[in-house]
Design a protein around this ligand. Structure first.
Ligand SMILES: [Zn+2]
Length: 348
């Protein structure tokens, strides 16, 4: 360290745009918001002016309500110009939800990483009327409390297709190292990982803008989750690798436009915080695992706060991610408990 103070994190726009309205972030770059029916109650979307039309970055959850807001935005701030292209940063429903609608009903081109597109299409087609055995096994292995599991099983399983508009065949692939022209700027494409596989971020060559999706967020930490699709996944390692690779690109004057919360400057500081937070969480968790615990019993050392009912699902997949990471690096052992849960214990 050279003794200089790390750049502070600043929020140039303390107020988000109202529903159906846009904030002009820079020439030809609009910031808008769509509602989400969960604890995290919004997603940011952006529109970049290509002259004859718009490129939209991310699309919100699929619902009549969000599409009505899009119609309002297109007639208002987007001034009736067509949305010619939709870029999705990653395959999660709050980002990809209305992409298929833009393709089918507005003739837009869909741009995404190959993994994002394949995941979205796969999950879209994978409709489950009842709970798959693999999902229930995964929940039991994670130590989900019996009453929580029973309550879940009484409801219809989560279905991606319930919150994502049908996606037609066909997309345009972007990959690491590409340059894409949007909104009168050339953007370097850098792929993130960990929050979602092959998660696209865009770094303007012509000014200070960076579109980070959920790879980098300002005031919340991106969720790193393990799911029944890949129970042994290590998204913590994937995420740390990506952050360490993106970190040297970060400049204090970058204006970061993320998928949630507020645009900010001070990216080098934020990158360091995000990386350090996970190392800190892993250290607390490892100390705590002196006594054996299942993933669901690790919320206290990981999150340092009470997890409310509405957050249980996200907390659980993140807890599994962290115990998996400790297991992969050989810091803990794991054994099956009589109730079917894996329990983890610090080695030595
Ligand atoms: Zn998101």
């Amino acid at each position: 360290m050279d003794g200089e103070r790390p750049p502070a994190i600043r929020y140039p726009w303390p107020e988000p745009p109202a529903s159906g309205e846009a904030v002009e972030i820079a020439e030809g770059v609009l910031w808008m918001r769509l509602p989400l029916p969960m604890a995290l109650d919004h997603v940011n979307v952006y529109a970049l002016d290509d002259g004859d039309g718009w490129t939209v970055i991310d699309t919100g959850l699929s619902s009549k309500k969000t599409r009505d807001i899009w119609e309002t935005l297109m007639a208002g701030p987007l001034a009736g110009k067509p949305v010619n292209r939709v870029v999705v940063t990653h395959h999660h429903p709050d980002h990809v939800g209305n992409a298929g609608w833009f393709q089918s009903d507005h003739g837009a081109e869909l741009v995404a990483s190959r993994t994002a597109w394949l995941f979205a299409r796969m999950l879209m087609l994978d409709v489950q009327e009842s709970w798959p055995t693999e999902t229930l096994d995964f929940y039991r292995s994670s130590g989900m409390a019996a009453e929580v599991l029973a309550k879940r099983m009484a409801d219809r399983p989560f279905n991606f297709a319930d919150v994502v508009f049908p996606m037609p065949l066909g997309f345009t692939r972007i990959k690491q190292g590409d340059v894409i022209r949007m909104g009168g700027r050339d953007w370097d494409v850098h792929m993130g990982n960990g929050h979602a596989p092959e998660h696209a971020t865009f770094w303007s060559r012509d000014d200070n803008l960076v579109l980070t999706g959920d790879q980098v967020l300002s005031s919340i930490s991106p969720n790193l989750g393990v799911y029944a699709t890949e129970p042994m996944a290590d998204p913590v390692a994937d995420w740390l690798e990506a952050c360490e690779r993106l970190q040297p690109l970060a400049r204090p004057d970058h204006l970061v436009l993320g998928g949630h919360k507020l645009p900010f400057t001070g990216l080098p500081t934020r990158m360091r915080q995000l990386i350090e937070n996970h190392h800190g969480a892993l250290e607390r968790l490892l100390n705590d695992l002196e006594t054996p615990k299942s993933a669901s019993e690790c919320f206290a050392p990981l999150f340092k706060r009470t997890i409310r009912d509405g957050e249980y699902g996200l907390a659980l997949v993140e807890a599994v991610a962290h115990v998996n990471h400790l297991h992969h690096i050989g810091a803990v052992t794991r054994t099956r408990r009589a109730d079917g849960a894996w329990v983890y214990q610090r080695k030595g």
